[in-house]
Design a protein around this ligand. Structure first.
Ligand code: BG6
Length: 298
């Protein structure tokens, strides 16, 4: 494990003896690269114009969304003063250390732990969310998978409500050949169509225009990304019931100053597991744990 850079640009890089690697920026505990196949296949999309100096949330990789997904309720909620997607993706996390493990098949894996608690927030974030909490985020690199799990602890004297989501930007070759499976029969909110409610009636989601959908209470554990008829990724939910599917398409991609190149909407799709349908309530002293395992199937 190497630590590179200083201040807000610091990142932790871990490599397996077989060549696979992961890079995590301390800013946001954002995973910015995950390479499998001996280190030859990059699995995550990262914008060429992503800010990697702590000046804004990273456009790409796996930003951590907490304690609110999307714009918060306009008033009257504990998250109402927060920016879109909360503060976790724009806070500097602490690197807590690494541990090595061997899986059943005798393959190595390495786990990196990151922490963020109320006392480490900027004054601005602390003001907007004056609650006592501690987050531990664990990123485990194995030969063919990446597991990212968050642990939220309520360290205050009252219960609080939150949402959580892993805003994963998957790298793909060609969006026109992608199908997303495992959502059949699931109800979703279509944010492109004025937040209207629908039910997934095709077994595959195909992306031929802007897509921004919140699939809720999914009974299946796995959402699969198939490219050109071949399995590409399995995204396995752990204690998280919802998944957002997002692709900005042509106009929105162009309109985002940090999305580059413009044409790269063809090379990414966000499959974002989370708990975003309503709120999770966490009583004082309680812990919530949820995350994902992404398998690269190339
Ligand atoms: C997705 C939301 O999760 O994130 C979209 O569903 C949003 O509505 C997208 O546009 C990107 O958000 P941001 O804040 O990173 O530009």
């Amino acid at each position: 494990v190497d630590i590179e850079g200083t201040g807000s640009s610091s990142k932790v890089i871990a490599r397996l003896p077989s060549g696979e690697s992961v890079e995590v920026l301390l800013f946001g505990a954002t995973v910015t690269s995950w390479k499998s196949n001996g280190g030859t296949t990059e699995n995550l999309w990262l914008s060429e114009k992503a800010a990697l100096d702590g000046s804004k949330a990273v456009r790409g990789g796996i930003p951590v969304v907490f304690p609110v997904f999307g714009p918060p309720p306009k008033s009257g909620h504990v998250t109402s003063s927060l920016p879109q997607h909360g503060f976790a993706r724009t806070s500097r996390w602490e690197f807590l250390g690494k541990s090595a493990a061997e899986d059943a098949a005798g393959s190595n894996s390495v786990k990196l732990d990151f922490g963020l608690s109320s006392s480490e927030l900027t004054e601005e974030a602390r003001k907007a969310w004056p609650l006592d909490f501690a987050l531990v985020y664990s990123v485990t690199l194995s030969k063919e998978s990446l597991m990212t799990v968050v642990n939220v602890r309520n360290e205050g004297q009252q219960s609080f409500e939150f949402q959580f989501l892993l805003h994963t930007y998957l790298r793909i070759q060609d969006i026109s050949k992608v199908a997303i499976n495992g959502l059949l029969g699931v109800a979703y909110t279509d944010k492109v169509l004025n937040a209207t409610e629908h039910k997934q009636s095709d077994s595959s989601v195909k992306i031929t225009g802007e897509v921004d959908r919140v699939y809720a209470s999914i009974p299946q554990d796995t959402t699969s990304v198939v490219e050109d008829g071949k399995p590409r990724f399995d995204v396995v939910r752990d204690n998280l019931k919802d998944t957002v599917v997002w692709n900005p398409w042509i106009e929105k991609a162009k309109a985002m100053g940090d999305f580059a190149p413009d044409e790269d909407y063809k090379h990414m799709v966000c499959v974002e597991v989370g708990a975003v349908n309503g709120w999770q309530t966490l009583d004082k002293g309680d812990v919530f744990e949820g995350g994902q395992t992404i398998k690269s199937l190339l």
